[in-house]
Design a binder for this molecule. Structure first.
Ligand code: CMP
Length: 383
């Protein structure tokens, strides 16, 4: 057997370390930790550097620390771009094409953005605003936090509700401003004499940042102010509730971050294009189960299908015990036949599962018939 050339082996290894799935190796964890600590340290340093006292005493060491961080981030960036051809979905492109495509993925753009401040600082030295651009490095944490990684999806999921809140807020603002302008416009022409001024008053009252310098002087004015404050509480409670609930649901859906590479590695999805995989990343829930836990029980109603991202499970079927490994899936039979679960499936060791809910499964089969056909073929074989 031909040995693979050394650079390819190195690149594969680097890819495994950098673009890991779960249950990753110690090297991968170590590098993650170092990067997370550097990101946090770097952001803290950027904040500290704006305090004149600290800047005068420790400015030089903070700057040195910043340069070291940027050097590490730059090496990380170059290494990620270099390993792009190892990406399961980009393998079919020539190395340069794969790298260019990889560089335009959201996380890589954030990484590039994190390197930008140094360039800006070198071009426009001693500019306070430039120093603050360093704070964008905080976004690099999105790679490590399920919470941050899902925030974009959260806003997109809840956009209708949030837009409704903006419209309600605008309506309340205009009504309060118009009412106050009508009632006190003549009494306080300086602050409520025209609608834009009255709108500023209404906005301050709604946001409860004050409006203090403009106090209503008539009884009707005070009543309007009181109602405006109360409506303000409602206007702010609404989006908070929407975002809070959506956030809770997103977090609960994900015990770990579902990455593009993780989904692309599942053999069932390996032939899909990038857009379909990206879609799946949003659809799949992530669940970690401990060794010995039953994931589905015979006779139960089937509400989801499971893909093994890492670990192994044992199926206790009529034909005996069958072990399924990383990359396999189970729980498809109940979804396809709409009958109860045909077997009990138990985790053999700590296992990371990608969970596809029944509705999403049906949508997926609808949209990607070739995936449906492959699932059906496996189910037929098992039955
Ligand atoms: P479902 O019936 O939904 O729930 C139990 C799952 O176990 C089933 O779907 C299959 O995915 C899996 N399963 C059942 N029998 C076998 C088998 N013989 N080999 C592998 N997996 C099986």
């Amino acid at each position: 057997m031909d040995a693979e050339p050394v650079p390819e082996v190195l690149r594969q290894r680097a890819f495994q370390i950098l673009e890991h799935g779960r249950r990753r190796q110690p090297a991968s964890r170590l590098i993650d930790w170092i990067l997370v600590l550097l990101i946090l340290g770097n952001v803290a340093a950027a904040v500290a550097q704006t305090v004149p006292d600290i800047a005068s005493h420790h400015g030089a060491s903070l700057q040195l620390f910043d340069r070291v961080c940027v050097l590490v981030f730059a090496i990380e960036y170059v290494a990620r771009v270099w390993t792009a051809p190892e990406h399961p979905l980009l393998g079919q492109h020539a190395a340069l094409g794969a790298r260019l495509r990889f560089a335009t993925t959201p996380l890589m753009m954030i990484d590039a953005l994190a390197l930008l401040p140094l360039l800006l600082e070198l071009l426009f030295p001693a500019n306070a605003l430039m120093a603050l651009t360093r704070l964008v490095r905080f976004l690099k944490l999105a790679r490590y936090s399920p919470a941050l990684a899902t925030i974009g999806r959260l806003i997109s999921n809840e956009r209708r509700g949030l837009l409704a809140c903006v419209i309600i807020f605008a309506g309340v603002l205009l009504t309060a401003a118009a009412a106050m302008h009508a009632v006190e416009g003549k009494v306080q022409p300086d602050s409520l004499g025209d609608l834009p001024k009255a709108m500023w008053w209404a906005a301050s009252m709604l946001a409860k940042i004050g409006g203090g310098e403009i106090t209503p002087v008539t009884t009707l004015g005070r009543i309007i102010a009181a109602i405006t404050v109360m409506l303000g509480i409602g206007c702010f409670a609404l989006p908070v509730a929407i975002i809070g609930r959506g956030f809770y649901e997103e977090i609960r859906r994900r015990d770990f971050v579902v990455t593009f590479a993780m989904v692309a590695r599942v053999p069932l999805f390996s032939r899909l294009d990038a857009a379909s995989i990206a879609d799946l990343v949003g659809m799949l829930r992530a669940r970690t189960v401990p060794a010995g836990a039953s994931i589905v029980r015979k006779g139960e109603r089937g509400d989801a299908m499971y893909l093994i991202a890492s670990g192994a499970v044992e199926v206790d079927s009529a034909g005996g015990k069958v072990r399924l490994q990383e990359g396999n899936f189970f729980g498809e039979m109940a979804l396809l036949s709409r009958e109860p679960r045909s077997a009990t499936v138990t985790a053999v060791r700590a296992t990371d599962l990608l969970v596809l809910d029944a509705n999403d499964f049906l949508r997926l089969v609808d949209r990607l018939p070739e995936v449906g056909a492959r699932v059906q073929a496996v189910a037929r074989e098992r039955a």
